[in-house]
Write a protein that binds this ligand. Structure first.
Ligand SMILES: [Mg+2]
Length: 245
């Protein structure tokens, strides 16, 4: 059942990856780069593993870490792979693989076409714009990636969950903190995101309205609203405000 807000909407808070950015492409490129580096490092030790073999194994680890274990530190991903391969434990280059991964990720995950237009349209409606995004597992990396987004100055406040706070999403403290940083009540905020599992619970727990943007494979959950694309947001928010009156 759709429930209309009892208070005026004053702020729109966004998730970053797969909501504003096409991060699935970036993630794939990141894994390919990591597989390439790991393959060449193992080759130096006389251990032959093809890039495509390592890439397939890393795709599996990616799903496990992001979907089930919620471990975002990529160093841990590569160590998990090397442990599975049983090729020893000393890898002084491990963090280099993480840096290459994020470089490729950031370079290949552009914004969705309607992202900037939508943010600007919301600003014109007088709404404040915020961001709540999980830590990338390497402190400072998420903020670095955010600064690479060409319209990052449109965010008036942001929270990197797990760095600005002690827990990643759905930890509710992240949603309380962004409302505080935007100088609004949580119940005057909507949270716009793509993941019905990790993005909805925390936002709802503090009284935010949750909106899921339909992407591939993101059904389920119980958001307040679902929209087919970001550009549907301004008119949805306008109609929500009108229904309040
Ligand atoms: Mg996301």
């Amino acid at each position: 059942m759709v429930t209309f807000p009892s208070t005026e909407i004053r702020a729109v808070v966004f998730d970053l990856d797969n909501t504003l950015l096409r991060s699935t492409i970036g993630a794939r490129c990141g894994l390919q780069e990591a597989a390439k580096l790991i393959s060449s490092q193992l080759k130096k030790k006389g251990l032959i593993y093809s890039e495509s073999n390592l890439f397939r194994r890393l795709q599996w680890i990616d799903q496990e870490m992001l979907g089930r274990k919620f471990l975002y530190n990529r160093d841990v991903w590569w160590k998990t792979l090397l442990k599975e391969l049983g090729v020893g434990t000393r890898f002084p280059w491990i963090h280099q693989a993480t840096l290459r991964y994020w470089d490729a990720y950031a370079a290949n995950g552009p914004p969705f076409q309607d992202a900037e237009w939508t943010l600007r349209a919301l600003r014109r409606l007088g709404l404040r714009i915020g961001l709540v995004s999980d830590s990338d597992g390497t402190p400072g990396m998420k903020r670095k990636r955010i600064r690479l987004v060409r319209f990052h100055r449109l965010f008036e406040a942001m929270v990197v969950a797990g760095e600005d706070t002690s827990r990643v999403k759905p930890g509710r403290e992240n949603f309380r903190l962004i409302a505080k940083r935007l100088h609004v009540e949580p119940r005057s905020c909507v949270y716009v995101a793509d993941n019905p599992r990790t993005d909805i619970t925390g936002a709802k727990a503090v009284g935010m309205i949750s909106i899921i943007v339909k992407r591939r494979h993101n059904g389920g959950g119980n958001p307040s609203y679902r929209i087919p694309r970001l550009s549907a947001l301004p008119s949805l928010l306008r109609s929500m405000q009108q229904d309040r009156k």
